[in-house]
Design a protein around this ligand. Structure first.
Ligand code: URA
Length: 194
């Protein structure tokens, strides 16, 4: 097993050992860890698993995931090119929004996950994952605009996008998300050649 995969396994073991969000753990089927290419330059971060993710143990496999796959395909990307994870790694009951204390409890583990993957670009999906990287940003203004940030001891770029689940049933938001998503490959190219 590669060092990266071993570190991700250890991360999962540590989340379980720390008894992170025991109330969520009780109602959820399982912990849903990140998925995809652990050597990826680009990481997508959502909010929390939904029903299908909870059952299958993989992020973004439900309706929002299908829409995400379509946008990835437009950008000539597939899941195995990227790594995808959530800030909160247990399904909140009835898909309610994750609570601030749940996001806080999982945040140090997300930081470790990113230290393991070492992406150049982080695409946040929805405001819950954006708020930790761009604390003063409003998604209605910040969406689609890449921002350079210093994260720990590394410099990387955050690209905040609307959450695909919010855009599925809202035509205007959907078009905005499609337009923003179309900018992802050129940000990646700039970062690779920088
Ligand atoms: N929405 C999310 O934020 N994450 C998932 O894994 C699925 C839906």
């Amino acid at each position: 097993m590669s060092d990266t995969l071993a570190a991700l396994d250890q991360l999962k073991a540590d989340i379980l050992k720390a008894n992170t969000c025991p109330e969520l753990a009780e109602t959820a089927t399982q912990l849903v860890m990140g998925h995809g290419n652990s050597n990826a330059d680009i990481v997508f971060i959502g909010e929390a698993p939904g029903k299908n993710e909870d059952l299958q143990g993989i992020p973004f496999v439900g309706a929002a995931g299908k829409f995400l796959d379509e946008m990835l395909a437009e950008a000539k990307l597939v899941r195995s090119d990227i790594y995808i994870t959530n800030i909160v790694k247990y399904r909140p009951p009835s898909n309610r929004d994750p609570k601030p204390e749940e996001k806080r409890a999982f945040w140090p583990f997300l930081v470790r996950e990113l230290q393991i993957i070492k992406p150049k670009l982080i695409v946040t999906l929805g405001r819950h994952s954006m708020e930790y990287f761009l604390p003063n940003a409003k998604i209605s203004l910040a969406h689609g605009q890449p921002k350079r940030v210093v994260f720990g001891d590394t410099k990387l770029v955050i690209m905040p996008l609307y959450h695909p689940a919010a855009a599925i049933y809202n035509r205007d938001l959907k078009q905005t998300l499609l337009d923003d998503f179309a900018g992802v490959p050129s940000v990646m190219t700039q970062l690779k050649t920088a």
